[in-house]
Write a protein that binds this ligand. Structure first.
Ligand code: SF4
Length: 363
């Protein structure tokens, strides 16, 4: 299959691993941003194929995993009200809040539905004007444009029974938060190809320059990731700190201008609490004032404050999301915490690092 088979070629993968080994003269630590990249690395054994001098750290690029517990609690509380339908993506429904999750709320009688798009939630609102339909909007810059389109559509239709509980987050501020930590170990980044498909990579140039780290926009197949690592190591060995684009078959420097314009029409940046990483300035999205009527927190009188983290004391997901521990180093991994009985979000989401290690038997 085009763009799949050639990026999973075993022989080519070994050639890239040899090429990486041939240019590596000392230990280096890289972070892959996206949970999809983490899954590919673990599934295809890329971390075992590359030289042992290179350490790959798994970044916070799983939007479900970084959604604050208190926001999940708000979603459950809203869903439990009469004449309410709460919709979200499938991963979000199983993520534990402080004492329950959305699927359990559904089992107790709440109308909680899995949708593939916020536009499906708009349709539900159109079909039944007596019910309040809320879309629990989760995701990075990849899913924010379609949420923005849903809001614009609902405004155009004059729907007063549609709103969103907004948990959208932005990648560059999280990278800056990680790099601002004086104890950080990152020497280079593999940036998330799908986020850059939407946003382009212009905004990464200032980060590369300010923190003197190479950033390689990288795809998700094994050869993509090996090429990304090769380009990153090549820069590090040459003392460079530039932005390069490995994922050129999808990413343009300017990104998708239509999608960016849609986001800018509806959203503005705001400070956001990240599960495991604390509050990061300007790292979230909120509705602009002219779309405030579609804000579920306002409609249901919930404040976007006190989004404190009260993780299970058995869960070290904060350390995993900061890249300072690996999932199999968690004492609960595979014992008290499994995909069937998750204690933390990284064991739930299809992009979670703990699920990746569990599914691909990394112990
Ligand atoms: S294995 Fe479970 S308990 Fe441990 S960090 Fe991951 S999600 Fe948390």
């Amino acid at each position: 299959m085009k763009y799949i088979d050639e990026y999973r070629d075993r022989q080519l993968a070994h050639e890239y691993a040899s090429a990486i080994a041939s240019i590596t003269t000392r230990p280096w630590t890289l972070m892959e941003i996206c949970g999809g990249q983490t899954h590919s690395i673990v599934k295809h054994g890329i971390d075992r194929l590359i030289p042992s001098e290179i350490t790959l750290i798994h970044g916070p690029g799983c939007p479900v995993c970084v959604t604050p517990i208190a926001l999940i609690d708000q979603a459950i509380a809203i869903a439990s009200q009469p004449n309410v339908t709460l919709c979200s993506f499938g991963d979000m429904l199983r993520v534990p809040g402080s004492s329950s999750d959305l699927l359990s709320a559904k089992a107790s009688g709440a109308d909680v539905r899995m949708v593939y798009s916020p536009l499906d939630a708009v349709k539900l609102a159109q079909q039944d004007s007596h019910r309040q339909v809320i879309f629990f909007a989760v995701g990075f810059e990849t899913t924010a444009p379609i949420t923005a389109l849903a809001i614009a559509q609902a405004a155009q239709l004059g729907l007063d029974n549609f709103s969103i509980l907004c948990a959208h987050v932005l990648v560059p501020p999280a990278m800056e938060a990680i790099l601002s930590n004086p104890d950080h170990m990152m020497q280079g980044f593999l940036a998330a190809g799908h986020v850059c498909t939407v946003m382009g990579y212009g905004e990464y140039e200032a980060i590369a320059q300010r923190y003197q780290v190479p950033i390689v926009v990288t795809g998700f197949e094994p050869i993509d990731i090996l090429q990304g690592i090769y380009l990153c190591i090549k820069q590090l060995e040459a003392g460079k700190a530039e932005v390069e684009n490995q994922y050129a078959r999808s990413v343009k420097k300017e990104g998708n201008q239509q999608a960016i314009a849609m986001m800018q029409e509806v959203f503005e940046a705001t400070n956001r609490q990240w599960r495991g990483l604390a509050e990061i300035p300007e790292s979230g999205l909120r509705l602009k004032d002219k779309y405030a009527a579609f804000d579920a927190q306002k409609r249901f009188n919930y404040e976007d404050n006190a989004l404190e983290i009260s993780e299970s004391p058995l869960c070290i997901s904060g350390l995993i999301l900061q890249g300072t521990s690996k999932p199999h180093q968690c004492p609960s991994f595979g014992k008290a915490c499994t995909p069937e009985h998750p204690l933390g979000a990284p064991m739930v989401s299809s992009e979670g690092a703990c699920v990746a290690y569990y599914q691909h038997a990394v112990r």
